[in-house]
Design a protein. Structure first.
Ligand code: MGD
Ligand code: MGD
Ligand code: SF4
Ligand code: MO
Length: 910
């Protein structure tokens, strides 16, 4: 666009200049004459106006959203002229689904709105490149697609021939959240058995407390369902910066009289608009939630009916062993997944319906009145209830007792607990940030307890986990090769921790005794838990790999102990490192081969990830820049070359457990025998085969820009056609069991790891932070308003809206003590690394913490030393538990997170 306009501009100025000179030779550029009435007056140099008129003419308008991990998902009109994108505009044509609820228009954010500029930035990858210098040296040679994919194909085959299955990682990161872009590399990984980490835990986004309780952390509200809430608590959540297209529903709920509360250590851009800001000490959230639980129980603000039907609170627990009473305890051939209530009506123990071992798949109590409290004897075994256990634990956490932990006044907490309990529809909105604290699992679990005690579930509120898992069977089938073959899925946080040899570094940072005091385990116990989990088969781990094909993943930006991590990974994948990316990010920089991918406006695709029912269409408004190709087409070409080379080399494939990896048919398999050759074919296949998309044609959908999902799009329950989507309505209204061991919202876990950690019921622990090390400042790094992680961070429009270079936020009081001034450069350091950044004063921050937005690219820092060089991390042993009902490796639902906020640092003027 810039090139074209400059040419036009030069042409026009020459003409105008000539005209001007001819008309009035005395006119000069430094003496412009004022024109009184520009509409009426004839004046000599009007032609320039055409430049403005022509600026907004176009050849066509295409449709697109953005496929990265913004959780927004907004339809845009994309204006194209001469094969170049001129600009984009929010589509703003979503139908209002209910006259009493505001519509979803317009959706968008400033990042999406400058992509037309960013897609032509200098960091775009335009050609296939092969490294010719040392890794990371920045020396590249252009190659033809045909040659480069053939070289890669041979190396992939070499890895399989030399090392057998499981030694190639084909990991897709969070940059490919649209359907076709996501399905392409997963389908490839399914065919070759490539190692793929769980992206939820790889980035630290999994709300494991929610899974523990509900058996499904991805059942949540559409954002329009926030509108009729009368109580909203935002904790670890900053929607004004991180849910830009959806946040309006929170503020619109105020028209309904909703009370909005923000719990955050800093006065973040969402706290500003809340009715109450609770300035909690960083990492103290489980203590706050447990104190709410304490008040709710002590003041009897709870709702027994909901507790009896929907939760395991009336389930019986043995007094002797602390285990739940199981059928096998009283019948020789009994199930270990059948549990008991004490029925007050019959005065006897009755089996709980709806558990994993129960034939009766319902929550309906049907004449049974389960006791919530008391002790009983069943077949000579003394038992009590889960609620009794919960009460005993919660009694330790009165607001008065926790005030020193949370920094919050006890009277305020009491008052708030009452308002929360009495609300008609209360929503606890928990940011993804929760998954990045070692005690996030405690926070999440205690929050679900607050909700369950007070009957907030289904249409009366619940936990907003910031993600809804819509039902897209054909999409999954496309990604997972018809469910016939699968990638080697692995826990994200754990996989990175192990392969990056992070324990070595963690030992340098944390003080083992202090750590145990804070988080409830030390590094030796954590190591033991990791080994146990892998040995028991609770969590799959494939060990070191030999080659890496990395797709839409900025791992060297994201991972902690960053420099050491990178060293270890590069060493492991000495034989092959391919990066498939739209731009030269800090991971692409280190690759052996770079394959340029089509960006948002350059490929056909669909996107459903977001908190709404609209599946947006990408209609490939322009062809890919340079020689870039859509991710789908790249995987097609790669599998074509593997098939050709495998046949030529006489390598048929290999047996891998109970499936065969057929390299000599991989291209036929990938393309469904030539049916799915392009991004368009795959998009069309999805539209044609997905019942939730309602039978529209791709042409109609592309014309419109989006598809409204029908009832079939709901996983847990149908999407109501004219009402917002509330989570777990199937459970509260239709009595469908939860996907948990007891079939109920779970507050008792007698798994050995939970027993060892003293966490059989919801309780509170600290995160590590400064108190677990020898560095005086905790450090946390939430998300930035001016980028989606590393995407768009280097774009000039985004940089102009902020300080323009990596900056930390610091309390002016702390800065004064350290001799740091606003705008000056500081050094942030600890025993594992250091980095430099500009200091920005932020008065609402405590003096004991430094905050920094994550996602700057390492190359944007002084000496290319990124924040993550100084970031220490851990694994939470509870998240490694398996072999227990709904606990065990489950993609996007249960496994160990990478924890971003456990580190601590010191700071000094640079
Ligand atoms: N603009 C923009 N939007 C995004 C993204 C982006 O990069 N940029 N990324 C997307 C993705 S993938 C994610 S995961 C989300 C993340 O977005 P969010 O879920 O909102 O999470 P964060 O931004 O990490 O943190 C939110 C807030 O938590 C508060 N906080 C920090 N520590 C604590 C604590 O100990 N206790 C409490 N109560 N509060 C605390 C801070 O005030 C912080 O502003 O955003 C999504 N949306
Ligand atoms: N300290 C700290 N660390 C954090 C967090 C934090 O709060 N604090 N948050 C964590 C969270 S929640 C997240 S989600 C992660 C995100 O962190 P990353 O996983 O590093 O995410 P991105 O920077 O979005 O990387 C995705 C890459 O995909 C590429 N890409 C974009 N579009 C396409 C495409 O169409 N095709 C291909 N092939 N590639 C494409 C982009 O170039 C981009 O570099 O960071 C985590 N790390
Ligand atoms: S980046 Fe995400 S939130 Fe922003 S406009 Fe694009 S789709 Fe919407
Ligand atoms: Mo995330």
């Amino acid at each position: 666009m810039l090139r074209m306009k400059r040419r036009d501009f030069l042409k026009s100025t020459t003409l105008v200049g000539a005209g001007v000179l001819a008309a009035d030779k005395s006119w000069a550029l430094n003496r412009l004459e004022p024109i009184e009435d520009t509409l009426d007056t004839e004046y000599p140099y009007r032609d320039w106006e055409d430049l403005y008129r022509r600026e907004f003419t176009w050849d066509k308008i295409g449709k697109a959203a953005h496929c990265i991990n913004c959780v927004g998902n907004c339809a845009f009109d994309v204006y194209v002229k001469d094969g170049i994108v001129l600009r984009e505009e929010q589509l703003a044509k979503y139908p209002q689904i209910n006259p009493n609820v505001p519509d979803a228009n317009p959706r968008g954010c400033q990042k999406g709105s400058i992509h037309s500029s960013a897609m032509y930035d200098a960091d775009r990858l335009r050609y296939p490149l092969k490294r010719v210098g040392k890794r990371g040296e920045g020396k590249w040679q252009r190659m033809e697609w045909d040659e480069i994919t053939e070289e890669i194909a041979d190396k992939v085959i070499d890895i399989f021939v030399k090392h057998g299955p499981g030694k190639l990682m084909t990991h897709t990161g969070s940059g490919n959240l649209s359907m076709v872009r996501f399905a392409a590399p997963y389908r490839f990984a399914s065919l070759v058995g490539g190692v793929q980490l769980d992206i939820f835990t790889d980035v630290g986004d999994l709300n494991t407390g929610a899974h523990l309780a509900y058996g499904n952390p991805l059942e949540s509200f559409t954002s329009d369902a926030w509108f009729d809430a009368d109580y909203i608590m935002m904790s670890l959540f900053n929607p004004n910066a991180t849910r830009i297209p959806d946040a309006h529903y929170i503020w619109e709920a105020k028209y309904n009289g909703a009370r909005v509360v923000s719990v955050a250590p800093d006065y973040n851009p969402s706290s500003i608009h809340a009715d109450l800001w609770m300035p909690i000490k960083q990492g103290a959230d489980p203590f706050l939630s447990m104190s709410f639980v304490n008040v709710i129980i002590e003041e009897k603000l709870y709702k027994p009916d909901f507790m009896k039907e929907q939760t395991d609170l009336p389930v019986l627990v043995r007094a002797d062993t602390g285990k739940m009473l199981r059928e096998v305890d009283i019948k020789a051939d009994g199930s270990d997944q059948v549990f008991y209530h004490w029925d007050l009506n019959s005065g006897a123990a009755v089996a709980v319906k709806g558990s994993m071992g129960s034939e009766d798949k319902t929550l309906a109590l049907e004449g049974i009145d389960p006791a919530l409290e008391g002790t009983f004897t069943v077949e000579g075994i003394e038992v009590t209830t889960v609620f009794e256990k919960v009460k005993a634990e919660a009694s330790k956490y009165s607001p008065e007792a926790t005030a020193s932990e949370t920094g919050l006044a006890a009277e305020m907490v009491r008052a708030e607990a009452r308002l929360f309990a009495g609300a008609r529809k209360a929503i606890l909105m928990t940011g993804f940030n929760i998954g990045r604290y070692s005690n996030g699992i405690y926070t999440g679990w205690a929050q679900t307890l607050m909700l369950a005690l007070t009957g907030h579930g289904g249409k009366t509120g619940g936990l907003d986990t910031s993600w809804i898992d819509w039902k897209h069977i054909p999409w999954l089938s496309l990604a997972l090769f018809g469910f016939e073959k699968f990638p080697r899925l692995e826990p994200g946080g754990l996989g990175e921790f192990q392969r990056g040899k992070m324990l070595e570094q963690a030992r340098k940072h944390f003080d083992n005794d202090k750590l145990k005091d804070r988080v409830g385990f030390n590094l030796d116990e954590m190591e033991e838990a990791i080994n146990e989990s892998i040995q028991e088969g609770w969590m799959p781990y494939n060990g070191d790999v030999k080659g890496l094909i990395s797709i839409a993943d900025n791992k060297f930006r994201r991972n902690k102990f960053a420099d050491k991590y990178r060293e270890h990974i590069l060493h492991e994948v000495e034989e092959l490192f391919v990066d498939i990316n739209v731009r030269m990010d800090s991971t692409a920089q280190w690759a052996d081969y770079l394959l340029p991918a089509a960006s948002h406006y350059e490929a056909w695709d669909l996107r459903s990830v977001g908190f709404h029912r609209f599946v947006n269409v990408f209609s490939r408004p322009v062809d890919p820049i340079g020689e870039a190709k859509p991710d789908w087409d790249i995987m097609v070409l790669l599998s074509k070359k593997i098939q050709e080379r495998a046949i030529a080399r006489g390598v048929e494939g290999f047996e891998d457990g109970n499936v065969s990896r057929d390299l000599h048919t991989i291209y036929d398999d990938f393309t469904m025998n030539g049916t799915l050759m392009t991004d368009y074919d795959a998009t069309k296949w999805l539209v044609d085969n997905s019942p939730e998309l309602g039978g529209v044609t791709l042409e109609e959908a592309a014309e419109r820009g989006f598809i409204v999902m029908n009832a079939e799009g709901g996983n847990n329950q149908p999407i109501p056609p004219d009402e917002p989507y509330n989570p777990f309505v199937a459970q509260t209204e239709d009595k469908k069991p939860y996907e948990t061991l007891t079939g109920r919202i779970t507050f008792y876990c007698d798994h050995p790891t939970f027993e060892k950690m003293g966490a059989t019921v919801p309780t509170a622990r600290h995160h590590a932070g400064r108190e677990a090390s020898n560095y005086p400042l905790s450090f946390y790094s939430p998300h930035t308003r001016w980028g989606i992680h590393s995407n768009w961070r280097s774009n000039k429009f985004m940089l102009r809206l902020q300080r323009g270079e990596p900056n930390i936020y610091i309390s002016p009081k702390l800065a004064a003590r350290k001799g740091i001034t606003d705008g000056s450069m500081v050094r942030i350091f600890n025993g594992v690394g250091e980095f430099f950044a500009q200091a920005k004063f932020y008065p609402s921050l405590p003096e004991t913490a430094i905050m920094m937005e994550h996602g700057w690219e390492p190359y944007q820092y002084e000496q290319m030393k990124p924040m993550n060089d100084a970031m220490a991390t851990l694994i939470q042993p509870l998240e490694l538990a398996g072999g227990w009902g709904h606990l065990g490796f489950k993609l996007f639902k249960w496994n160990a997170n990478q924890l971003a906020h456990e580190s601590s640092v010191d700071v000094e003027p640079a």
